[in-house]
Design a protein around this ligand. Sequence first.
Ligand code: GUN
Length: 283
Amino acid sequence: MKAQRIDGKAISDQIKEEAALEAQKLQRQGITPCLAVVLVGNDPASMVYVNNKKKACEKVGILSRSYELPEDTEEKDLLALVEQLNMDNSVHGVLVQLPLPPQIDEEKVILAVDPKKDVDCFHPLNVGLLHTGQKGFLPCTPAGVLELIERSGHTIEGKRCVVIGRSHNVGKPTAMLLLQKNGTVTICHSKTKDLKGICKEADILVSAVGKLHTVTKDMVKEGAVVIDVGMNRNENGKLCGDVDFDDVCEVAGAVSPVPGGVGLMTVAMLMKNCITAAKLQNG
Ligand code: GUN
C-alpha cells in the first residue's frame, strides 16, 4: 500500500483564502486586522518563521507590524513594548517569537500579552479556556494538526490517537484537541515504556518530539494517519520531520510531509486567529 501524502500546501492555502475573505469583510467595516510581530535577536530559524508569518499576513490582507530588537534587549524593555502594543487599539494580535534570549523570562512575557491579543494561545487564561472546552483562540500548531487530519478526509471520533511529545505548546494541546473531537488519546514521552507497542495501536499518530527517526515503519499500524510535527535538520542540513517518511508510507494510510505539512498549517492558523482577534476587539 502507498500512503496518501497529506497536502499541507493545499490545505493551508484554503484556510488562508477563508481568512482573506474574512479580512475583506472586516475591511468593509473600516477595520484593518493588524498583527504585531516581535523578534528578539538573530536566531536563524526564528527569522525564517517570522518572515513566513509576515508574508502570510500580506497575502491574507492583515497588516503586519514588525519589531526587531537586539539580542541583548533587557526584559523590562520587551515588557514595555508588549504593554504598548496591548494598549494600541489598532493592533489586534501580539506575537512574540520564541525562544527568547536567556536574560528574558519567557513566562513573564507570555503573561504580559493581553489575552484578547494572544494569537499564539500561549497565555494561561487561553490555555485554561482551551482545556475546559470554552470558546477562544486555538493554539496554531495543534489546531493545524487537526485541520490536516480532518480536511484530508479523516475523522477523529472514536479513533485511537497517540501523541508523542508532551510540550506545553504542542504535545499537550494537540492531545486536548483530539480528545475534544472524541478521540481516545494517549500521550507518550521520553519515559514511556514500549513506545513502539503503543504507537502500533494508533489509528492517528502525531509525532511532536523534534528528533529524526522518531517514527519508523515498524511503529505504525496498517492504514494509520501519521502527522509529523517535527522540524529537524539532517546531517546534510536538509529540513526533515520526526517521521521516516518514505518507509512509513509503505504501511500508513496517510502521512504529512516535512516540509509541506504542519509548518504551513501553523502560519495559516495564526492568520485565522488574527481575524478572530480583530473581530473580538470590534464585537
Ligand atoms: N517559536 C516556534 N514556534 C512558535 C510559535 O508558534 N509562536 C511563537 N510565538 N514562537 C514560536
